[in-house]
Design a binder for this molecule. Structure first.
Ligand SMILES: CC(C)(COP(=O)(O)OP(=O)(O)OC[C@H]1O[C@@H](n2cnc3c(N)ncnc32)[C@H](O)[C@@H]1OP(=O)(O)O)[C@@H](O)C(=O)NCCC(=O)NCCS
Length: 227
């Protein structure tokens, strides 16, 4: 798997995230975080039916510390990582570039970013961590010059699918993916074209509503407050 190295400073990103009464801390993860992240990945995986979340190798995570993209994590005040998210920044020539799977023109493959695996500890679900981590990965990808956000979701993963649709992603293909040939929707968002936010009541009731991603790309996107 070959990716571009890129310009972002890996260690300078931190932010806070309100989860009920608690405030969690988010940051880019480094090599020393890999055992905790991989442990969380396997705990999340073990509690799910087969085929919902792709099982990643330790090497995949290690490559995403910097070389292949970024790893984002959210932790409690005690330093326990309770959520992780993988951002992939593939090169145009990489065979692992989801742009190929959705038939983007070759000239656009260098502008692709992957919103790859994400997992939230069961005790911390429903606090907007997936949404915030998806917006933050998008903002980091945009800062790295990427425009096409592409992600994969199992068709029956309704929480994840609904979150991504609400963020403005569109389902553009459905096909077997990864080594295990799991059926996946591929979802795409052109981050250079933020859309107009629908009324809040529509966002709440219609999973196909397309709220604005302006918040993700505005000044707050890379500052301290979580979305
Ligand atoms: C899918 C997943 C990442 C969502 O994370 P999350 O941080 O809980 O999601 P958010 O809080 O941003 O989701 C917001 C919405 O989903 C709902 N939700 C998400 N997970 C939920 C759960 N386990 N139980 C109840 N509601 C849940 C929230 O209530 C909220 O809905 P609302 O806005 O209508 O109230 C998380 O459930 C998870 O780790 N699942 C297992 C791994 C997985 O499926 N990864 C995604 C692969 S594509």
């Amino acid at each position: 798997m070959i990716y571009a190295s890129n310009v972002l400073a890996a260690s300078s990103e931190t932010w806070s995230h309100r989860a009920g009464e608690r405030t969690l801390q988010g940051r880019l993860l480094g090599e020393s975080d890999l055992p905790a992240l991989i442990g969380l990945h396997h705990r999340v995986l073990a509690a799910l039916p087969d085929g919902i979340l792709n099982a990643e190798t330790d090497e995949f995570f290690a490559q995403h510390v910097f070389e292949s993209g970024r790893l984002l994590g959210v932790e409690t005040g005690d330093g326990e990582i309770v959520a992780y998210a993988v951002l992939g920044l593939p090169t145009a020539s990489s065979s692992y570039n989801f742009g190929r799977d959705i038939n983007l023109p070759l000239s656009e493959l260098g502008a692709v970013a992957h919103l790859d695996g994400i997992g939230v500890d069961a005790a911390w679900r429903g606090h907007g961590l997936q949404r915030a981590l998806s917006q933050r990965r998008t903002a980091i990808a945009v800062a790295a010059g990427r425009r096409h956000m592409i992600t994969t979701v199992a068709p029956n993963n309704l929480h994840s699918l609904s979150n991504l649709l609400a963020l403005g992603f569109n389902v553009v293909a459905t096909r077997p993916m990864f080594a295990a040939s799991h059926i996946r929707h591929l979802l795409h968002l052109d981050a250079s074209k933020p859309t107009v936010a629908p009324a809040p009541e529509l966002q709440k009731t219609d999973p196909l509503a397309r709220p604005s991603l302006l918040a993700a790309f505005g000044p707050s996107a890379l500052s301290g407050d979580a979305a």
